[in-house]
Design a protein around this ligand. Structure first.
Ligand code: CUA
Length: 343
C-alpha cells in the first residue's frame, strides 16, 4: 500500500518535472510580452499582472470560504442545520456582497482601465503621427518590410531607430497573417485589401523576436521575424545603405553566379536592385548578405545553409514557394558566392 503510494508520488513529481520546462519555455527570451520594451507593452504587461493578482485574490477568498464551510459543516445555523435565523441572514449578505457586488465592481474597473487608459497607448497611430512609416507585408511564409519614401525593401528583419515613433502598416500578399512583436506592442492582423496600423516605439536598443500570430497555412509557425532596434545614427546609415542598389560583383565566381542568377529561374521571382532581376514572388535580395537569418528565421544566413536552401528548400520548409532548382555543383557554389557578396 505504502510502496504504491510512494511510486505514484514519484511518478507525479517526474511528470511535473517534465512539464515544468515546457511551461517555462514561454518565459524569458526576446519574444516575451511580460518583458516589455515600450510604453504600450509595459501597459499591457501591467494589466496582465493586475488581472492575475485580482484573479488569485478571488481564488484565495473562495477557497478560504470553502475551507471554513468544511470546518463548520456540523454546526447549527448552516444550510444543513437551519436553526439560527441570524446565521442564514449573514450568509445571504456574504453571497450578495462577494457573489454579485464585488465581481461587478472588478469587471467595471477592468473595463475602465482597459478601455480608457491602456487603449490610449496601444491604439493605431493618428495619421502622420510617426517619424517613419514601414509597411509590413505578410507572405506565406515570410515578412516583407518596405520603408516608405525610400527603395529599401527587406525580409524577416525589421530595423527600427530607438526612441522614435514608427507607424507600422500591416498588409498581406495572400492570406490573413498577424503581425506581433510582444516586447513592443499588441498584435494586428494583416488582412487582404486592408491597411491596419500600429505604433511601434522601442525605448531601448536591442533585438526582439516577433511571430505571425494567425494560422496561415503549413508553415505558420515558421513565420518569425527579428526586430533590430538601433541607435538613430546607426539606423539612418543602415537605411541609406539598404535603399541603395546592389554593388556589382567583383570576384570571378561572384560574376559567374550573377550570370546564373539572371539567366536562370531565380530572377523571375526575386528582385536585385541594380540588375535586371525584378521578380516579386520571393524576397528582395539586394542586400541579402546583411541579414542574419533567412526563410522566416528558419535557417542562418551562411553559405552552407543558403546552398542547402537553394538546392532543396522544400525539405527544409515544405510548401514554400521556392522550387527546387536544378543547378550543377559549380553553378550552386557561384550563385551562393554572388548572393553572399550582396552586402
Ligand atoms: Cu502568417 Cu501565420
Amino acid at each position: 500500500m505504502c510502496t504504491s503510494r510512494g511510486t505514484k508520488r514519484r511518478r507525479g513529481l517526474a511528470a511535473a518535472a517534465l512539464l515544468l520546462p515546457l511551461l517555462l519555455a514561454g518565459c524569458g527570451g526576446a519574444q516575451n510580452s511580460l518583458n516589455p520594451h515600450s510604453h504600450a507593452s509595459t501597459d499591457i504587461a501591467n494589466l496582465f499582472w493586475w488581472m492575475t493578482g485580482v484573479a488569485f485574490g478571488g481564488l484565495a477568498l473562495v477557497s478560504g470560504i470553502m475551507v471554513a464551510a468544511w470546518f463548520r459543516r456540523g454546526r447549527s445555523g448552516t444550510a444543513a442545520h437551519p436553526g439560527e435565523e441570524g446565521g442564514e441572514h449573514l450568509g445571504n449578505k456574504v453571497v450578495i456582497a462577494l457573489g454579485i457586488v464585488v465581481p461587478i465592481a472588478v469587471v467595471c474597473a477592468l473595463f475602465v482601465v482597459g478601455d480608457t487608459l491602456i487603449i490610449g497607448s496601444t491604439q493605431a497611430p493618428a495619421a502622420s503621427n510617426g517619424r517613419l512609416t514601414v509597411h509590413a507585408v505578410g507572405h506565406q511564409w515570410w515578412w516583407e518590410f518596405r520603408y516608405e519614401g525610400t527603395s529599401a525593401d527587406t525580409a524577416d528583419e525589421l530595423h527600427l531607430p530607438v526612441g522614435t515613433r514608427v507607424n507600422l502598416v500591416a498588409t498581406t500578399a495572400d492570406v490573413i497573417h498577424s503581425f506581433w512583436v510582444p516586447a513592443l506592442n499588441r498584435k494586428i492582423d494583416a488582412i487582404p485589401s486592408q491597411r491596419n496600423e500600429i505604433s511601434l516605439y522601442a525605448n531601448q536598443v536591442g533585438v526582439f523576436r516577433g511571430q505571425c500570430a494567425e494560422f496561415c497555412g503549413l508553415q505558420h509557425a515558421h513565420m518569425g521575424m527579428l526586430v533590430i532596434v538601433q541607435p538613430k545614427a546607426a539606423f539612418r546609415a543602415w537605411l541609406r545603405h539598404e535603399a541603395a542598389d546592389a554593388r556589382p560583383p567583383t570576384a570571378p565566381d561572384e560574376q559567374a553566379g550573377q550570370k546564373v542568377f539572371l539567366d536562370g529561374p531565380c530572377s523571375s521571382c526575386h528582385t536585385i536592385r541594380g540588375t535586371s532581376a525584378s521578380g516579386f514572388v520571393g524576397p528582395d535580395l539586394t542586400h541579402l548578405a546583411d541579414r542574419t537569418r533567412l526563410a522566416g528565421l528558419v535557417i542562418r544566413n551562411r553559405r552552407s545553409d543558403l546552398g542547402r536552401w537553394i538546392r532543396d528548400s522544400q525539405h527544409i520548409k515544405p510548401g514554400n514557394d521556392m522550387p527546387d532548382i536544378a543547378l550543377t555543383g559549380t553553378q550552386l557554389r557561384d550563385v551562393v558566392a554572388y548572393l553572399e557578396s550582396l552586402r
